[in-house]
Design a protein around this ligand. Sequence first.
Ligand code: GRG
Length: 293
Amino acid sequence: MDIDDYLQAKRDTIEKALDTFVSVKDVTHSQLYQAARYSLLGGGKRLRPILALAAAEAYGAPEQYALSTACALEMIHTYSLIHDDLPCMDNDDFRRGKPSLHKAYNEGHAVLTGDYLLTKAFEVVSDDPHLDPLKKIELIQQLSKGSGCQGMVAGQVLDIEAEGKLIDLASLQRIHHYKTGALIQTSILCGAIIGNATIKERECLSAFGKEIGLAFQIVDDLLDVISIQEKRGGHVASDSANKKTTYVTLLGVDGSKQAAEGLLQSALGHLESSGLNFNNLRQIALRLVRRQK
Ligand code: GRG
């Protein structure tokens, strides 16, 4: 199957599952469900769940075994975007081409909807009838690490601390490894756990995920700078507006492109050294790092 068809098929599967996991089933909380659905079903590349599905699939695991974890990753990612857009953080009025959640609802609802999605993520994995209890614990452990103080939340704290300061490349990489890369790395690792990968294979896939995560962020910085306003749904990227240090401010456009490509090649090397058939993961990595939007 062509990689674009593959990505679309996975997106459809994930969206159908998300729609089922977060359904308007409780009238008492209808506002909460509606707000969660506004953000969760409102577009997005579905990168993290696709990476988890693709990694599990490379080991021959049935798709339904990885679906709850894939959706949990998207729920955690969506919560982070909702909170990141708040006035006390990046103060972004738009997300995924429409008003951010605190604009469409209000700040209180945005905080609570983020909280709901984060906790729902752990609920869907712990409720999964296909996974044995030990695997659930391992997955929940990795999701906690990748999204909490060993991952995304730590990165966001480092990011806040760096605000208004000139930082060097090593500090920027550290921020982005935690803030963006860790959840991407976790997505691939979770797929490997579901597929019963060996410790060695997990290490290999983690190394791949770490480099892809950083390359993804570099490309995000590049697109922020070089994409015209129309491509971004008419709003100006908040990083430029907030005068943050980015890969482009440190390395320039060409230097950033080279850094992303270097990370991509190194990441692909980790995949190849595993000797398994990771063709879809390979294609996804290529698509990610060489994307134009
Ligand atoms: C608030 C705890 C907390 C964390 C926020 C991930 C994050 C940490 C903030 C997002 C800020 C941002 C725009 C970072 C750039 C890279 C990135 C994560 C972009 C958004 O991810 P995509 O491109 O988004 O996968 P879609 O909409 O396609 O899912």
